[in-house]
Design a protein around this ligand. Structure first.
Ligand code: F6R
Length: 256
């Protein structure tokens, strides 16, 4: 079962996720991180930036990218990752990849999988979750074995992401995303979720049932998952009291 950490604020969640990344990088300076975009990981990046670690050797792979935005569009995930992750954390730009950032879209999935493999696989994958239950942009129906490929965004996800654009119609219809199978190969998954709007998807992901209709539920098959949530996102978890009790009584040597 995932370790579920229920914290009092979005900032506190960022500190816990940053602890996990810091422990990894101190152990392995050339660690490979999987990078989510969107609102959820922002306090993680902020907490990490404040620690002034040397992250210049860390390699990064973004989870996903919109398809169809002009190069350099401020809301392309390449731009977002540069602005919100690479620059504030002092990552080396050439060590950070985004799907389809290099070469033709037709082979981008295969190329991305090869690049991840060549880097030795992802050590720690930061994840958010969408209201549809997606992780990455694996919308309902995505195979648990899927690899990096193009997907069509649901209307719900396009509405949810419209806040980043001038109008809902500007949100691309298509994306390229690491698959659920790709995400499952990462050695440690750190899933963050905040706010009541995520409570139902989060409960489905953590407590099941396992179903491609709620793609995030695939995390139940992973051996090392840390789920970090605020009280609102935790509000539909049946075993919330147990998670609080287990976290409070964790042993000193246990790493996140
Ligand atoms: C982003 C991603 C998505 C988001 C999810 C939540 O790279 O893969 O799964 O994590 O849509 O988005 P926010 O954090 O904006 O609520």
């Amino acid at each position: 079962m995932a370790e579920v950490v229920i914290v009092g604020s979005v900032d506190a969640a960022g500190e816990v996720a940053a602890d996990a990344i810091e422990q990894l990088v101190l152990r392995k300076p050339r660690a490979v991180l999987g990078l989510a975009t969107g609102s959820t990981p922002l306090t993680t990046w902020r907490a990490l930036a404040a620690r002034n670690l040397d992250l210049s050797e860390v390699r990064g792979f973004a989870l996903d990218e919109y398809v169809g935005l002009p190069a350099g569009h401020p809301e392309s995930y390449r731009s977002v990752i540069t602005r919100e992750v690479v620059e504030p954390l002092g990552l080396t730009p050439s060590l950070v990849r985004v799907p389809a950032d290099d070469g033709p879209i037709e082979t981008a999935g295969v190329d991305y999988e090869a690049a991840i493999e060549e880097a030795g696989g992802i050590d720690l994958q930061i994840l958010g979750i969408g209201r549809t239950g997606h992780i990455g942009f694996n919308e309902p129906g995505s195979s648990f074995a899927s690899l990096t490929r193009m997907k069509t965004l649901t209307e719900q996800t396009r509405r949810d992401n419209a806040r980043f654009f001038d109008s809902p119609e500007q949100v691309p219809l298509h994306c390229i995303t690491q698959g659920l199978g790709t995400i499952m190969r990462a050695r440690h998954l750190v899933l963050l979720a905040f706010g009541e709007a995520k409570a139902s998807a989060l409960a489905g992901a953590v407590e099941g049932p396992l179903t491609a209709s709620l793609p995030g539920s695939v995390i139940q098959l992973h051996p090392q998952v840390t789920v970090i949530v605020d009280e609102a996102a935790a509000s539909e978890l049946v075993y919330a009291d147990y998670y609080r009790y287990a976290w409070k009584n964790r042993l000193a040597w246990e790493q996140i």
